[in-house]
Design a protein around this ligand. Sequence first.
Ligand SMILES: *[C@@H]1O[C@H](CO)[C@@H](O)[C@H](O)[C@H]1NC(C)=O
Length: 261
Amino acid sequence: MGETFFLLLFVEASRATMIIFRTFLFFLVFMATTKIALMEEQTYIIHMDKTKITDSDHQQYYQAVIDSITKLSSQEEEEENTPQLLYIYETVISGFAAKLSTSQLKSLNQVDGFLFATPDELLSLHTTHTPQFLGLQNGNGLWSASNLASDVIVGLVDTGIWPEHVSFQDSGMSPVPAHWKGTCEEGTKFSISNCNKKLIGARVFVQGYEAIIGRVNETVDYRSPRDSNGHGTHTASIAAGNFVNQASLFGLAKGSASGMK
Ligand SMILES: *[C@@H]1O[C@H](CO)[C@@H](O)[C@H](O)[C@H]1NC(C)=O
């Protein structure tokens, strides 16, 4: 089973794609089943009540939460590490990610504003379905011409992206939506110039992976949004890839490939 880390890609595509894509995301998230064996320390995504955050500097606030649970749990257990703040969440949820011991996790119950903790998991990859499987037909239903409008941004969480792939060339694309506030994050073999009007942003999130597995092995993988695995490139092109004529797999299944727009 391939272990992987996750990152977020932003690919501009149509409204119809967005709807289909949501279905995909549910498949990806809920069909992924491989879990790692329970360890004494584990990374958790901690959900907090936004209204209880007492410091406008969230980093400082969550650091204080971590310090307090470290202190609380050290009264029960000895010689525990002070957890490192891995990520802070401020947009869709409020909270943070950190690798905690069992007693540190328990101590969270004494923190005002703590809602719940979700264990971080390593997920295995699952493949996708085709437009045909979904009954999509050019000119009909979700694929009718009026639905091919741009100005929709698709976010994808997967193994990365190969930005030179022909599916992510930006010929015929309208300008990047003005409301886009995202980032094209640089890293190993990935620079700002790898983003364009199709691939409008890419970020890498390795902290959860590295908290479990250790540093990314850069002889076999990239510490950047670049995709060493191929899965993210595959799903991103299915969700929102540009039209590619005369595509085939070693001469088989010849046809026009495109995102489901
Ligand atoms: C990284 O991967 C290579 C190739 O599989 C392997 O030879 C090497 O030992 C790995 N390095 C570490 C630090 O695991």
